[in-house]
Design a protein around this ligand. Structure first.
Ligand SMILES: CC(C)(COP(=O)(O)OP(=O)(O)OC[C@H]1O[C@@H](n2cnc3c(N)ncnc32)[C@H](O)[C@@H]1OP(=O)(O)O)[C@@H](O)C(=O)NCCC(=O)NCCS
Length: 323
């Protein structure tokens, strides 16, 4: 059977770092409160000329370099984002053009913080269904541009950045010893819209709007939803927490990450945490974390890696893959 194998990975961050102490000057907050409640110490904020497409392009170029490929080798580009450069055309098409690629297809995927999981699952379906041989999957965001910078309950949590992987179809034996994606589990439930949403849009207000969140409510649902899709991934593949080499969770909050790992019996030494460095970068957080842990040698070829995310919608999902 065909499996979708990671050929390359890359990431890009804006130049400007914003520390918690800088936020103390903007809103009534403290470094101590932010670190204790979230684990975040700093985030990167896009400056002039830095956009979702420019960050995504840089991440894509890094992933292509790593894979020893060029844009000519790609069939499809999928960009997971909730902060596109324009309402349309898709940021994926913008990046396709920036890469000098004028063949194949490019489109955006919108599942907020679960966007990268949804995009990887979609790329995997394209590859296994024979629609594409190689898919560039990018998670790219500039959440700083939809934050209400006077709202201390949200503006301290998010940051900007982009990460990318290239998936390639390779003939495999069909066992869990194969490299590549072993299963993807996706869920959504629109009943929770009011807990995490943006209060604007082309068809409602005609404006971009700002992020609004009932943080405590999101927190209450997060661990249960994450556990649900991780257990589904184990069940679909006959694997257990003991088989895992790495858990690479969506980086929203250190307490959610630790709580989910504890509930699943995954030791914290096997959990990749970058929320301290990047804050919550929504769809970019998992590929940014993958880039850190694969670049520093923690994630190695053949490792069993579990990705999971939960976010606005609500949406939630997991991907189990062998690196
Ligand atoms: C947002 C979050 C960090 C808040 O932590 P919490 O422990 O739930 O805190 P609460 O919302 O109960 O607020 C506690 C107090 O801190 C205050 N507070 C909120 N933000 C603050 C800030 N940045 N600095 C200082 N105090 C703050 C609140 O006003 C509240 O004060 P009160 O008790 O006087 O009313 C937490 O709920 C969370 O992480 N939720 C999930 C959010 C998330 O990950 N969303 C993205 C999903 S993809």
């Amino acid at each position: 059977m065909i499996r979708s194998v990671v050929r390359g990975f890359g990431a890009s961050l804006p130049k400007r770092v914003m520390t918690n102490s800088e936020l103390e000057e903007k809103v009534d907050t403290s470094d101590e409160w932010i670190v204790q409640r979230t684990g975040i110490r700093q985030r990167y904020i896009a400056g002039e000329g830095e956009t979702t497409a420019s960050l995504g392009e840089a991440a894509a170029r890094a992933a292509l370099d790593k894979a020893g490929l060029t844009a000519a080798d790609l069939d499809v580009i999928i960009v997971a984002t909730s902060t596109p450069d324009n309402t349309f055309p898709a940021t994926a098409v913008n990046i396709q053009n920036r890469l000098g690629m004028h063949h194949g297809a490019a489109f955006d995927m919108q599942a907020v913080c679960s966007g990268f999981i949804y995009a990887v699952a979609t790329a995997d379906a394209y590859i296994r269904g024979g629609l594409a041989k190689r898919v560039l999957v990018i998670g790219a965001e500039t959440f700083s541009r939809i934050l209400d910078w006077s709202d201390r309950t949200t503006c301290v949590l998010f940051g900007d950045g982009a990460g990318a992987i290239i998936l390639e179809g390779q003939e495999s034996s069909g066992t869990t010893a194969d490299r590549g994606i072993l299963t993807a589990q996706l869920r959504s439930d629109g009943a929770h819209k009011e807990k995490l949403y943006v209060d604007g849009g082309p068809s409602t207000t005609g404006t971009v709007g700002h992020l609004r969140m009932e943080g405590r409510e999101v927190f209450k649902h997060a661990v249960g939803m994450i556990t649900d899709v991780i257990e589904a991934a184990f069940e679909a593949t006959g694997t257990t927490a003991d088989d895992l080499d790495w858990l690479v969770p969506h980086q929203a909050n250190r307490r959610i990450i630790d709580g989910s790992a504890r509930k699943l019996g995954i030791p914290l030494e096997k959990v990749v945490v970058t929320v301290d460095l990047h804050g919550n970068t929504s769809a970019a957080s998992i590929p940014l974390a993958l880039n850190v842990a694969a670049s520093d040698g923690r994630i190695k070829k053949g490792d069993l890696v579990l990705l999971e995310a939960m976010g606005g919608g609500f949406t939630w999902g997991s991907v189990l893959l062998r690196w």
